[in-house]
Design a protein around this ligand. Structure first.
Ligand SMILES: C[S@@+](CC[C@H](N)C(=O)[O-])C[C@H]1O[C@@H](n2cnc3c(N)ncnc32)[C@H](O)[C@@H]1O
Length: 243
């Protein structure tokens, strides 16, 4: 599963570390244990990342206020399935605290399911209320995951964002069915996440360092339109795009 969460769909390699220590090196499977969330990093490293990459994470109470403004599921009037399909993109997503709030991104304190306020948390909460059969649950949850997007420069953050999303789906499944989700479903979700949360320099729309090192020919980042199965460049969405 972890190998899927390391995939870069544009370069067809692994995502890069893209931090001060490791630059353009790919993250290897056996290095996963080196990845720590910001709240566990040493102070000097936190400071350096803030200085170099403006890395400061948003606490869940602020995410809650902003997500309420964007998407208050208590005020939905359209069919609940429309809410599941509503698309959101967390730009420069860090560990993705606007999408899922498994823990407080600032302090690291775990947050119980009932108190989670991320955009995907809200969708999964609704699915848990609306759906009984496990096959329906899997179908709607996969749709919910297809509807949330994010990009990030630093590979360790991106990996944690991806992992947080997969673990969130597992948490809500367990909450509903008191068992772990089946392996094939976890794999399907991991595949979706590996497309929807991608590594990109938001200033160039390319994977980090591709302009400087020209390793992959300065590729434009690719994303997937799940409704048609078509792959296209993120850049195409900008400037009055079609979708
Ligand atoms: C202020 S943090 C916000 C993270 C998260 N969205 C949150 O609210 O907690 C900014 C994030 O942008 C990332 N970042 C910095 N420069 C970037 C760039 N050129 N392209 C994409 N992401 C970038 C950093 O690595 C960092 O994770």
């Amino acid at each position: 599963m972890i190998e899927i969460l390391l995939k870069d769909r544009t370069t067809e390699r692994n995502i890069l570390w893209a931090n001060a220590e490791r630059g353009a090196e790919e993250i290897q499977l056996e290095e996963i244990h080196l990845i720590k969330p910001r709240h566990e990093k040493i102070r000097a490293q936190q400071k350096q990342r803030t200085r170099e990459r403006a890395e400061i994470f948003t606490p869940p109470d602020v995410c809650e206020i902003q997500n309420d403004l964007l998407a208050d599921e208590k005020k939905i009037s359209s069919p609940w399935t429309d809410y599941v399909d509503r698309k959101f993109l967390e730009i420069t997503c860090g560990e993705a605290p606007y999408i899922t709030t498994r823990y407080n991104a600032v302090t690291g304190a775990p947050i119980p399911i009932q108190k989670r306020v991320g955009l995907l948390d809200r969708k999964l909460k609704l699915i848990n209320q609306q759906v009984r059969a496990v096959e329906d649950w899997k179908k709607f949850s996969a749709r919910a995951v297809r509807s949330v997007y994010g990009y990030e420069f630093q590979g360790d953050n991106l990996f944690l964002a991806r992992k947080n999303i997969l673990l969130t789906v597992e948490d809500f499944y367990r909450e509903k069915y008191f068992s772990n989700p089946p392996e094939d479903f976890r794999r399907e979700v991991a595949e979706i996440i590996s497309w929807n949360f991608w590594q990109m320099d938001g200033l160039t729309y390319s994977p980090p360092f591709t302009d400087e090192a020209n390793l992959f020919g300065g590729a434009n980042c690719k994303i997937k339109d799940w409704s048609t199965g078509k792959i296209f460049e993120f850049r195409e969405l900008l400037g009055g795009g079609r979708r």
